[in-house]
Design a protein around this ligand. Sequence first.
Ligand code: SAM
Length: 231
Amino acid sequence: MSGRLIGVGVGPGDPGLLTLNAVAAIEAAPVVAYLSAEGAASLARTIVEAHLGPQHEERLLEAPMRADPEIVAAFYDAAAAGIAHDLEAGRDVALLCLGDPLLYGSFVYILDRLRDRFAFSVVPGIMSFGAAASRLGRVLARRRDSYTILSSLLPEQRLEALIEASDAVTILKVGKRLPRLKAILARQGLLETAVLVAWVGWPEERIVPLTDWPDDEEAPYFALVLAGPKP
Ligand SMILES: C[S@@+](CC[C@H](N)C(=O)[O-])C[C@H]1O[C@@H](n2cnc3c(N)ncnc32)[C@H](O)[C@@H]1O
């Protein structure tokens, strides 16, 4: 019988935010797979390190740094084929994913390729913006507020229209698009109260009012912006 693919959300950084279900899934899986940026340590593995042991076979999936869609697709094809090899041999594979596996997660691209061939399940994880809001004690939404989770990779006009239509927003994947985002938030009257949270739960954590983020400093990829609710 084939093994099961298990997408395991490991939270945004603090190992204390791993769920009991995530730990149980990792401990039970014979194979634990995780992505890393090419040449870098896997962040997801770092979070779960205390729960890995000699009983585990580990599979590092090194993702290319280039955004070329063909290269990225080839990477996911090869990663899915490697995981399929374990599943065909009857081994369950726990695929670690930062935050929650189904929110902008790499797990989604593997699942797209394997969901028709193998049994799968998902262990939800604490999402980065939930951890960020908790660090600040900042309300994400109340009562009839609309609250939108966005990627700063959206085209500018669409991003602005969605921000305009929402009472509060969280914007992920900030990185080098921060100047454009700041301009949009300023136009929407949200800049003054917006906060940038980078590397929440990691030693590098930074929590900064967005107006204080230096204009000449690129924001990290692992950064998000909380803005609103509008008054
Ligand atoms: C590929 S998405 C993954 C989101 C993740 N699945 C989740 O549930 O939060 C990566 C984006 O999530 C946000 N992110 C993830 N971990 C973070 C952290 N520790 N601190 C701040 N932002 C984080 C950043 O905006 C980053 O660009």
